[in-house]
Design a protein around this ligand. Structure first.
Ligand SMILES: Cc1ncc(C[n+]2csc(CCOP(=O)(O)OP(=O)(O)O)c2C)c(N)n1
Ligand SMILES: [Mg+2]
Length: 375
């Protein structure tokens, strides 16, 4: 596997879907599940975009183009491993069995949201069926958290692995450097997954760093780096599997640079047509990860038109039903503003709470607003 900007990333599935002599490690059932998850990510994005544009939710983050990174990586890990995701990674949760409706509760910030509306939309956190840590808006803060968790596994003699996922922009954060340093020194069982999707909002990856790509940044910390085709589910699966095996053998962390492309906006607050060159977008559309994986499934004899129709219907109907259910679920109670932090509420918060409840009793609770979000 290669590390530098100037070399080609590790790839398994060619443009026509063939894999040559490569041994496919996933079962047929797992391969179809990868495809199902990618289609579900697209359906979730699509519905959320419509919900946001019609003012029913405040914000969303598109994943078009980066589905193979998330799904390939998740398919290489166990449900008992720990995920420290970025906001473009919910395919990892879907792959391991989190239900779309649980995600939709977060998008609406309702009473069934695991964060009770205290987080932004797309900032999911789940305890079951996987340990999917609360997504952090501040870029790079979750990398040291993942190393801390990995260090704890080591000290307790557990064989879990922590996977932390972040973007090309995330490599400029302080958290990236301190996390790689500690992980290298401790040989912590952590996988750093840098999804180089070409952009950090409107800053192109080539202006993000003067180094020869991102995988090479591990060298300074004694962490091996590899560069992988992030639009290739099987290459991602293999790279993350090998990194996880290394970590479980006690050989320490790996930095994986997954080369991919963000084919949509940064978020629903962004207009990428202002800065993404159309000809580059067209080139990446040719490498669409969902199409590539579909071509592979065809070559393997696993794809049919009826499978496509069934999976598409399952994804779109499932997400629409989830959105309806989440929209119909009430908002968290006003008292939840004050719960879950202190075992005993301090006097000043008690006084604030009483004032808020009194106001609500006299004036009624605030409604959900007009959907505008100040971001
Ligand atoms: C510490 C910090 N600085 C700036 C921001 C604003 N911001 C939000 S997303 C983002 C770009 C991140 O780009 P990248 O890490 O490449 O991830 P991508 O969005 O491409 O997946 C920035 C600068 C932030 N959230 N946190
Ligand atoms: Mg990026």
């Amino acid at each position: 596997m290669q590390t530098t900007q100037s070399t080609e990333p590790f790839r398994v599935i060619s443009g026509d879907g063939s894999v040559g002599n490569h041994q496919v490690a996933l079962t047929d059932e797992q391969l179809v599940h990868c495809y199902r998850t990618m289609l579900t990510v697209r359906a979730f994005d699509d519905v959320c975009m419509k919900l946001q544009r019609s003012g029913r939710i405040g914000f969303s983050v598109p994943n078009k183009g980066v589905e193979a990174c998330q799904v390939g990586a998740a398919s290489a890990l166990r449900q008992t491993d720990f995920f420290f995701p970025s906001y473009r990674d919910f395919g990892m949760a879907l792959y391991h069995g989190v239900q779309p409706v649980e995600m939709m509760h977060n998008m609406f910030g309702n009473a069934k949201d695991s964060a009770l509306g205290r987080q932004m939309p797309v900032h999911f956190s789940f305890v079951e069926p996987i340990k999917f840590f609360s997504i952090s808006s501040p870029i790079g803060t979750h990398l040291p958290q993942a190393v801390g968790a990995a260090r704890a596994f080591q000290m307790r003699g557990e064989d879990h692995v922590a996977l932390v996922s972040f973007g090309d922009g995330g490599t400029s954060s302080l958290g990236f450097h301190s996390a790689l340093n500690f992980a290298g020194v401790w040989k912590a069982p952590v996988i750093f997954l840098c999804q180089n999707n070409g952009w950090a909002i409107s800053c192109p990856a080539e202006e993000q760093t003067a180094s020869d790509g991102f995988a090479i940044k591990g060298q300074a910390y004694g962490v091996p780096g590899i560069k992988v085709d992030g639009n290739d589910v099987l290459a991602m699966h293999q790279a993350v599997s090998e990194a996880a095996e290394r970590a479980r053998r006690g050989e320490g962390p790996t930095l994986i640079e997954a080369v991919t492309y963000r084919m949509g906006g940064h978020s629903t607050s962004d207009d990428p047509s202002k800065y993404v060159p159309k000809e580059i977008l067209d080139q990446w559309a040719e490498k669409d990860p969902v199409q590539r994986f579909q071509s592979f499934l065809k070559q393997k004899g696993l794809w049919s038109e009826s499978l496509e129709a069934d999976l598409t219907r399952e994804a779109t109907e499932g997400i629409s039903a989830a959105a309806k259910e989440a929209e119909a679920t009430g908002a968290p109670g006003l008292e939840t503003i004050f719960s879950d932090v202190y075992a005993e509420l301090p006097a000043h918060l008690r006084a604030q709470g009483e004032a808020a409840f009194d106001l609500a009793r006299r004036k009624g609770s605030a409604d959900a607003g007009d959907g505008a979000f100040p971001l």
